[in-house]
Design a protein around this ligand. Structure first.
Ligand SMILES: O=C(O)CCC(=O)C(=O)O
Ligand SMILES: [Fe+2]
Length: 345
């Protein structure tokens, strides 16, 4: 029997070091290129200079403590119909492909300047931070800052992976940096009770992430997150793609990173956003914290010339349909408004 496939591990430390080693960076960029063409997913290690093991534990602990709070307390933070995005959702309120997801969640987005805040407008409300546990907000605000450091490092590694010169002032690298000059980040805390055998959906239905990079930190529960490996001869049909579901079990001190649909656009279809889902059946309460390192709302994301050149060299890996430019904010608004159950019970 062939060994079960697992996602590649990439040590990002050369991109986080203050003393750059060009050869080490080149090697990481090459690994990233291969991982993004083949999987759209990888484990990111070597982040200890940014986030310690204790901080990783603490982030999960405050999220778990929040989910343990009484339902009435969590309900006060429920996502309101106006902003439609920031706050708490009970089990079943998040919907993927018309099926209710078996998880509860709390979502925060980059805050808007007070002059632009308007809770009656999609995404324009304030974040609804819980007051208990008291350390929830300071711990997770620090987390947001740290995820930005890793996000920017991933951006540089991706530029190199696409063959872009990041040392000088190349126009393409300037453009990429501009796209993430003020990321419209999203952070979710997700709590997964065991999936009942009669649930109509799964813990989190199969989907692709829509933005730039997702940095997922989850507790040690195995057999929950699954990634769809595209394979024309694979046993499973998901939408119009054939492939195989593989487990993406947690690796200590590593993030699970995946590329979203915006990377697919600027890499001209070379680095594909990949379907993933959560099917959590074991009898524990699983907690995860995906952080979405996204473009600025105004960024007009378009296929990069270097990516188009690479596609000519790798015709099999590239997208068959031409990839169109999109303004990230427009794309995001269309996605967010589709994500929630319409029931208001
Ligand atoms: O909880 C997880 O492992 C994955 C969550 C996820 O895919 C998402 O929120 O986009
Ligand atoms: Fe996801």
């Amino acid at each position: 029997m062939p060994a079960p496939l697992s996602l590649p591990l990439i040590d990002l430390s050369p991109f986080l070091s203050t003393r750059p080693d060009p050869q080490a960076r080149r090697e990481v960029a090459n690994q990233l290129h291969k991982a993004c063409v083949e999987f759209g997913f990888f484990y990111c290690t070597g982040v200890g200079s940014v986030v310690s093991r204790d901080e990783m534990r603490e982030a999960l602990a405050v999220a778990r403590d929040f989910f343990n709070r009484p339902d009435e307390e969590k309900a006060k933070l429920r996502i309101k119909s106006g902003d439609g995005a920031r706050g708490y959702q009970r089990i079943g309120e998040n919907v993927t492909q018309y099926k209710k997801d078996w998880h509860e969640g709390w979502d925060a987005y980059k805050p808007l300047p007070p002059s632009l805040e308007d809770p009656s407008k999609l995404l324009h409300g304030p974040n609804q931070w819980p007051s208990e546990p008291a350390s929830f907000r300071p711990v997770l605000e620090r987390w947001v800052d740290k995820m930005h450091v890793i996000g920017h490092a991933l951006m540089e590694a991706t530029a190199m992976a696409l063959g872009i010169d990041v040392g000088g002032d190349s126009d393409e690298w300037q453009r990429m940096k501009g796209w993430v000059s003020d990321p419209f980040w999203v952070m979710r805390c997700i709590g997964y009770p065991p999936l009942p055998s009669d649930a109509e959906g799964v813990s989190c239905g199969a989907h692709k992430d829509y933005g730039n990079f997702t940095l997922l930190h989850a507790d040690s529960t195995p057999g929950a997150l699954q990634v769809f490996l595209r394979d024309p001869a694979g046993p499973t049909l998901e939408g119009d793609e054939r492939g195989t579901w593989i487990d993406a079990d947690p690796v200590e001190d590593a993030f699970v990173v995946n590329v979203g649909e915006m990377v697919e656009v600027y890499s001209a279809g070379l680095y594909k956003a990949t379907l993933h889902r959560v099917v959590h059946k074991s009898p524990t309460y699983r907690v995860s914290i995906p952080f979405f390192f996204e473009p600025t709302l105004e960024a007009r994301i378009e296929p990069l010339p270097s990516a188009l050149k690479l596609c000519e060299k790798l015709p099999g890996a590239a997208s068959t349909a031409p990839v169109k430019a999109v303004v990230y904010g427009d794309f995001l608004r269309s996605k967010v408004s589709n994500n929630f159950s319409l029931e208001d019970s």
